[in-house]
Write a protein that binds this ligand. Structure first.
Ligand SMILES: [Zn+2]
Length: 331
């Protein structure tokens, strides 16, 4: 353990006793600040986020809100942004293979173990992360971490399973191509970040899906699934020290360094694309404006601004009765 830090430290306000007159005089002021006080109070009720960095560079983060269940997962710096044109799609392919058995558990054993715990095991791949996570009873935290550690460190990557998954992923690609919301966002990325890795799709082109083999998958694990690129995060009924102990036991074998070039900023380009199909009843439109990165101080205010504007889907009922200002403005 090298460092540990805590969010939201002490109490933010303390009310002293006042005389009755002083109380009357300040009643209206108190009413005016009640909202602010209750907000501050609500912050005090947020559990601390505890972060510990292990000696091998793996970060462990947790929020203990009590209760009898928890969610624990691995967030890995891996996704289509970390790929090249030649191996685009490999991170997503690997995510599929994680549930096909490990050196310690066959696929059936893995499924039975999760089922018998009454737990939920899932994963997703985005442009910038691959995530494996489990929801379980807090008393099963150790088993959940053990399963997560096993599926990312010891996947069997059997030849027959790789072949079977190839057709599953090609089918998934066909499904994605039927969803216009997905299609326009892929087009948006391909234009806004043209010529950079952010312009590629998460699934990769058909030619790559047909070509990816065991060597591609195992070399991707060796280069990307290393300790400094992984966060083990948990929330719910989670004891941080217990989680750190589990991480030290289950992830000590991970490589402590990685030999990958540092991530270059992806250039943003203005451009336009129209795909016209007069047989479709609706037009689907997306446009993007260059924003700031996750580590920029303006990122959170930008998210709040986005939440104030809100979402609006005209195909969902509710119209101007919805909370979104966007819906109220365009009933
Ligand atoms: Zn998939």
């Amino acid at each position: 353990m090298a460092s540990s830090l805590t969010r939201f430290g002490r109490a933010l306000c303390a009310n002293a006793w006042k005389s009755r007159a002083a109380v009357a005089r300040t009643a209206s002021a108190a009413a005016a600040t009640r909202a602010a006080n209750s907000y501050q109070q609500s912050l005090l009720n947020v559990p601390d986020t505890k972060v510990t960095v292990l000696n091998n560079g793996l970060r462990v983060a947790s929020e203990d809100s009590g209760g009898s269940t928890c969610t624990v997962g691995l967030w890995i710096d891996s996704g289509s942004r970390y790929e090249t044109e030649a191996n685009n799609g490999v991170a997503h392919y690997l995510e599929h293979m994680a549930f096909k058995g490990t050196k310690n558990r066959s696929q059936i054993q893995l499924e039975l173990e999760v089922e018998n715990m009454g737990a939920h095991l899932n994963a997703y791949t985005s442009r910038e992360q691959t995530v494996y996570y489990a929801k379980s009873f807090s008393s099963d935290l150790g088993k959940a971490v053990d399963i997560l550690a096993d599926i990312i460190q010891n996947p069997t990557l059997g030849k027959a399973e790789i072949e079977r998954e190839r057709s599953v992923i090609l089918r998934e690609m066909e499904e994605v191509e039927q969803q216009v919301e997905e299609v326009i966002f892929d087009h948006l990325h391909s234009l806004a970040y043209q010529g950079t890795p952010l312009g590629m799709t998460i699934l990769g082109p058909t030619a790559n899906i047909k070509r990816i083999n065991r060597d591609h998958l195992s070399s991707y694990i060796a280069s990307h699934y290393t300790a400094p690129r992984i966060v083990l995060a948990a929330a719910g009924g989670v004891n941080h020290d217990e989680l750190v102990g589990l991480a030290e036991r289950c992830f000590s074998g991970l490589p402590t360094t990685y030999d990958l070039p540092s991530l270059e900023p992806c250039r943003f380009s203005g451009s336009m694309m129209t795909v016209r199909d007069d047989t479709m009843p609706f037009a689907h439109l997306a446009f993007a404006v260059e924003g700031c990165g996750w580590s920029n101080p303006d990122y959170i205010p930008l998210m709040i601004a986005g939440a104030i504007i809100g979402n609006y889907d005209r195909t969902v009922g509710g119209g101007q009765n919805m909370a979104s200002k966007l819906a109220q403005g365009h009933p």
